[in-house]
Design a protein around this ligand. Structure first.
Ligand code: ADP
Length: 180
């Protein structure tokens, strides 16, 4: 996908860390196209059988990749999902892993209605930095960045930082003036 005129960005992290909140604001601020992989999978029949333990249907990765490919091909996509090892590495110019303190995450997920194993497993996933490790295992180290997402102010700071990175990405390729 060399030669695209806008970058593709992956935003990942444990459920509840603020991916959708951040991506919504980032899409508004940058004009890039936010692709919520969970929603796209649901709307396009990319889900397999129901998993009783987790209370949700299993993602059909092949189907969702086929659905996403044309949407990321031209660049300018913000892809959001709580997993990242099944996307082609070539899709992304940068990867952000959002992180939240365990106690805050517990409260957010409980408020969302999670309980029992589902709540415990998701908080453990954050404690063990599962998504950060998955991102580091799946993409070049220099494009994987960890961002704290504990407060609304941090959402704003993160969005600003990513917008600055987009501006620099364009300037580096002669597609826009260098940022001031
Ligand atoms: P995700 O998409 O990662 O599952 P959401 O963006 O849906 O997470 O956020 C989960 C909940 O936490 C929402 O109620 C949201 O308002 C809140 N939230 C998300 N990020 C922050 C933050 N940085 N500070 C405070 N609350 C947040």
């Amino acid at each position: 996908m060399a030669g695209r005129s806008l970058p593709n960005i992956l935003v990942t992290g444990t459920p509840g860390v603020g991916k959708s909140t951040t991506c919504q604001q980032l899409a508004d601020a940058s004009g890039l196209n936010w692709l919520n992989v969970g929603d796209i999978a649901e709307q396009n029949d990319c889900l397999d059988e129901f998993d009783e333990r987790y209370g949700c249907r299993i993602l059909n990765e092949d189907k969702v990749l086929d659905e996403l490919e044309p949407r990321v091909a031209g660049g300018g996509a913000i892809v959001e999902y709580h997993g990242c090892d099944f996307f082609p590495e070539r899709w992304f110019d940068i990867v952000f892993v959002l992180r939240t303190d365990n106690k805050l995450l517990y409260d957010r997920l409980a408020k969302r209605g999670y309980s029992g194993k589902k709540l415990e497993d998701n908080v453990q996933c954050e404690i063990f930095q599962t998504l950060l490790d998955e991102a580091r295992d799946s993409y070049p180290a220099d494009i994987v960045h960890e961002l704290s997402s504990n407060t609304p102010d941090q959402v704003e700071e993160n969005v600003e930082r990513i917008c600055q990175w987009i501006a620099a990405w364009k300037a580096d390729r002669g597609l826009a003036p260098a940022p001031a």
